[in-house]
Design a protein around this ligand. Structure first.
Ligand SMILES: [Mg+2]
Length: 347
């Protein structure tokens, strides 16, 4: 999708309004999305906000909001704008607009355009499907979509990022895990998929399904070259969306397959040292590990390392961090990869 504009709501998307009410005003915040709001409680909240003075400039960022904002702003620049509502004049919070502008300037960017409007005016900024509104108020999303725009209801920065990925606005939605046999690609992959709300695919299983044989049987009965061929074909046969893909360790020998996978996914190399892999690989043959003619384990390790590095968008050093630690590292470095978003990016 070609993007024309991305509008960020402020309160509940970038700024933590609810927490501000709780901590600055010492009141239970009223949710805009609640069915029946009590007007006496509402009055009390707005009065407290007014009395707090410069309330909007005192707010904290929503969790993950800065990261989400930076990802989009770095990639889309001037196409990003803030579109935020201010309370009606009867609430007497006269500095709201200026406070919001000051807050954006201080915490997000001093260049981004900040549109200050009354809530009902938001939808008139919408000029079509290529206009995106990220907002936490269901009513705003509904009105935006009624004007033909694309609305994203922000429940959390993480979910919004996932939604943006699905729409192709932010990054590639697939992750490919590469690395030595026993580096943990399948184990890590399944858990990573659960944590990121993605599907999981193991190309070793795709090979077994396509060939109706176990990996070790294919290698033993048909030889290494035939196996590599079917591994390449299996990789080229998949067209995943929003999926974590664990690959067989030897797919890296196929330039064609690796180029295809690089095109559809962020490639993450799980790097474990030779001793660790040796320890984990008790029986190489049963696992269907590919050793080329005359190659021993050391040769294979050295040869493949170069290739894994070559195709990796991200290298994760396992360094004995265990499954959970490795997953943590993956998520962290995915979040850090801002400048790589110029093509499509990562989760
Ligand atoms: Mg809001």
């Amino acid at each position: 999708m070609e993007i024309k504009k991305i509008y960020f709501d402020m309160d509940g998307v970038l700024a933590d309004f609810a927490r501000g009410v709780r901590e600055i005003c010492r009141l239970e915040p009223i949710s805009q999305n609640a069915k029946n709001n009590d007007s006496a409680k509402e009055d009390r909240m707005w009065n407290a906000i007014r009395d707090a003075g410069h309330f909007y400039d005192k707010l904290e960022l929503m969790p993950g909001a800065k990261e989400m904002f930076d990802e989009l702003y770095n990639r889309y620049g001037d196409k990003c704008e803030i579109l935020t509502g201010i309370p009606k004049p009867k609430r007497g919070i006269d500095s709201a607009g200026d406070d919001k502008k000051a807050w954006v300037k201080r915490l997000l960017s001093d260049k981004i355009k900040v549109n200050i409007v009354y809530r009902e005016e938001k939808a008139r900024f919408c000029t079509g499907k290529d206009c995106i509104l990220i907002d936490d108020f269901t009513k705003n999303i509904r009105e935006w979509e009624a004007m033909g725009g694309t609305g994203i209801l922000n429940n959390s920065s993480g979910e919004t990022m996932a939604e943006l990925e699905k729409l192709g606005i932010l990054g590639k939605s697939n992750i490919v895990l590469t690395g030595m046999p026993a580096s943990g690609k399948s184990t890590v992959g399944v858990i990573l998929a659960k944590m990121l709300g993605k599907d999981f695919l193991d190309t070793d299983l795709v090979i077994q399904q396509r060939e109706h044989a176990l990996l070790c049987e294919i290698i033993e009965q048909r030889g290494v070259d035939a196996f590599l061929k079917s591994e390449e074909e299996a990789a080229l046969s998949i067209s995943p969306v929003n999926t974590v893909i664990a690959t067989g360790g030897s797919v890296v020998y196929s330039e064609k397959a690796m180029q295809y996978l690089s095109g559809i996914a962020t490639v993450i190399y799980l790097k474990a040292d030779k001793d660790e892999i040796t320890r984990r690989l008790r029986n190489i043959k049963e696992r269907g590990v590919v050793l080329k003619d005359g190659e021993n384990f050391d040769d294979m390790y050295d040869h493949r390392c170069v290739l894994y590095e070559k195709y990796a968008d991200i290298v994760i050093e396992e360094d004995g961090s265990g499954i959970e630690g490795t997953i943590g590292k993956i998520i962290l470095s995915c979040n850090k990869r801002k400048e790589r978003y110029q093509i499509h990016g990562c989760t």
